[in-house]
Ligand binder design. Structure first.
Ligand SMILES: [Ca+2]
Length: 196
């Protein structure tokens, strides 16, 4: 007895012992194809953490709350990311997103594939860090803070907590490597690869 599903080229159930090996091979191939499709349609590796997953692979990659505050964005995808009209902000004292004082990125602001974009907070961008813009809010070092990347409609694109006193002055709270899910206190690397 033989059951044929879909087309002959896709799968065939055949109960004769000589064909059972072929059936197993066919099923393995189909399962392998499904796994590949799932991987291809999922988010790029490393773009999701305990916060909100990034849209298009842009995530908050590094934060400093003392000794010159900054936020580094990283584009974990292989395509350029357009940040026109997007915003970055911290939390208010009542632990809500502070929309009113968010920095807005100018039209035409982009991040290169696997590239960085630094926001220097309350101090001018160091000359050696490009691209970079200045923002007029700080990260709460003693109280902790939450940074939110907003799209042009104020939807949350990415969000990252900075725990209270997460990194000593002069260092930063950074993903252990670019795009990795876990954070640790590191040497500061705005606009460059995260490294211990
Ligand atoms: Ca970095």
């Amino acid at each position: 007895m033989e059951f044929r599903l879909f087309t002959d080229s896709m799968i065939a159930f055949d109960t004769t012992p000589t064909h059972s090996g072929t059936l197993r091979s066919t099923l393995r191939l189909l399962l392998g194809s499904l796994a590949l499709l799932t991987t291809a349609c999922g988010a790029p590796a490393g773009t999701c953490d305990s916060g909100t997953c990034a849209d298009g692979g842009v995530l908050i990659n590094e934060l400093a709350g003392a000794g010159g505050d900054f936020v580094e964005l990283f584009n974990a995808s292989d395509t350029e990311a357009d940040l026109s009209g997007y915003g970055l902000t911290d939390f208010d004292a009542d632990a809500g997103v502070r929309y009113a004082t968010s920095l807005r990125f100018a039209s035409g602001t982009t991040i290169a594939p696997r590239g960085y974009y630094t926001i220097s907070l309350e101090v001018n961008c160091p000359a050696t860090v490009t691209p970079c813009v200045r923002g007029e809010f700080g990260i709460g070092q003693g109280s902790g803070d939450t940074l939110t990347l907003l799209d042009a409609q104020n939807n949350t694109v990415a969000q990252q907590v900075y725990p209270a006193n997460a990194a000593p002055s002069g260092s930063s709270w950074a993903r252990v490597s670019d795009g990795a899910p876990d954070f640790e206190a590191q040497r500061r690397s705005p606009g460059a690869a995260n490294a211990p």
